[in-house]
Design a protein around this ligand. Structure first.
Ligand SMILES: Nc1nc2c(ncn2[C@@H]2O[C@H](COP(=O)(O)OP(=O)(O)OP(=O)(O)O)[C@@H](O)[C@H]2O)c(=O)[nH]1
Ligand SMILES: [Mg+2]
Length: 156
């Protein structure tokens, strides 16, 4: 049987309304959204080509009641972006997401989003050795740089 080339999967995680869907809109030209009144209820999907290899990117719903979707979408992930709303800081949802990524040794970066509302560094108590990238997803700022940092982490 012919084996498929290994393809890469990145998942965008984070709390409700932090800017995950907007982040993906800045990465992919075309995305498929499954949402209701602007809030993600199942997922968004897009893909990009990185040096001739396909990278699949999924965003998850932030609402706590859709935790099961986050778990389904996080199966077999190679890397993750955790999008934080800097005006709210880390929520318990974010802390649970980060714990899970750490215990599974998944490479990830944190996007400190909505820097236009709350500029400056996030209070990153307890988070070490993880790149924190300031972003303004609604203006496309910081997203491509942050993605490149993650892609480099995934290589090593
Ligand atoms: N001011 C500001 N607004 C932003 C930024 N990024 C996203 N938004 C806005 O925040 C709201 C939520 O953005 P989404 O991308 O839908 O957030 P989400 O994390 O996908 O939300 P859920 O899927 O409901 O969890 C929208 O109104 C965006 O336009 C940002 O950097 N600054
Ligand atoms: Mg969304």
């Amino acid at each position: 049987m012919k084996r498929r080339n290994k393809e890469t999967k990145i998942v965008i995680l984070g709390s409700y309304d932090s800017g995950k869907t907007t982040t993906l809109e800045n990465i992919c030209e075309k995305i498929l959204k499954i949402d209701y009144n602007g809030t993600t209820i199942a997922m968004d999907y897009g893909n990009i080509d990185v040096n001739g290899k396909k990278v699949h990117i999924f965003t998850t719903p932030g609402q706590e009641r859709f935790k099961f979707m986050r778990e389904i979408l996080s199966q077999g992930l190679n890397g993750a972006i955790v999008v934080i709303d800097s005006s709210r800081g880390f929520t318990s949802t974010d802390e649970n997401i980060i714990k899970r990524l750490n215990s599974n040794n998944i490479p990830y970066v944190i996007f400190a989003n909505k820097q236009d509302i709350n500029p400056g560094e996030l209070d990153n108590d307890g988070i070490h050795d993880v790149p924190i990238i300031p972003t303004i997803a609604s203006e496309g700022k910081g997203i491509k740089d942050g993605l490149n940092i993650l892609l480099n982490l995934m290589k090593s």
